[in-house]
Design a protein around this ligand. Structure first.
Ligand code: AMP
Ligand code: ZN
Length: 114
C-alpha cells in the first residue's frame, strides 16, 4: 500500500471504481477515461510501480493479470479482437505508477500505437 497511490486507494475502497472482478491478488475495474468502448484496467493488489519493477517472484502474478484481462475481454464480447497494453515510464505514457494492464476493445485498432 502506497499512501499517495490512486490505485492503492481504489483497492482500499477509499476511491470508488466500477469493479468488474476481484480476488485475493488482483482487481479489475473500468478506466475512468475510456479510450475505447471497453477499457478495463487489471491491477495487482500489491503496490508494484510498473512493469520494470516486476521481479522473478512476480511471474505468476503477471500471468494472472493477463489471464484475468483475457477472461474479462471474452466476457465483454471482444472475441473479434482486443488489445492489452502496459505503459512503462512517463515517456511511454505511464501516468499512474501502480502496475496495470489496459484491456481495450470494441473499436478497430490501428498500428503502430501513438
Ligand atoms: P497509464 O497512462 O498507462 O498510467 O494509465 C493510467 C490509467 O488510469 C489512465 O487510462 C486513466 O484514465 C486511469 N485512471 C486514473 N485514475 C483513475 C480512477 N480513479 N479510476 C479509474 N481509472 C483511472
Ligand atoms: Zn499502488
Amino acid at each position: 500500500m502506497s499512501q499517495e497511490c490512486i490505485f492503492c486507494k481504489i483497492i482500499a475502497g477509499d476511491i470508488p471504481a466500477k469493479l468488474l472482478y476481484e480476488d485475493d491478488e488482483v482487481l479489475a475495474f473500468n478506466d475512468i477515461s475510456p479510450q475505447a468502448p471497453t477499457h478495463i484496467l487489471v491491477i495487482p493488489k500489491t503496490h508494484i510501480s510498473g512493469p520494470a519493477a516486476l521481479t522473478d517472484a512476480d511471474q505468476a502474478l503477471m500471468g494472472k493479470l493477463v489471464k484475468t484481462g483475457t477472461t474479462l475481454a471474452e466476457q465483454a464480447g471482444l472475441q473479434d479482437g482486443f488489445r492489452l497494453v502496459m505503459n512503462n515510464g512517463e515517456r511511454a505514457g505511464q501516468t499512474v505508477f501502480h502496475l496495470h494492464l489496459h484491456v481495450l476493445g470494441g473499436r478497430p485498432m490501428t498500428w503502430p500505437p501513438g
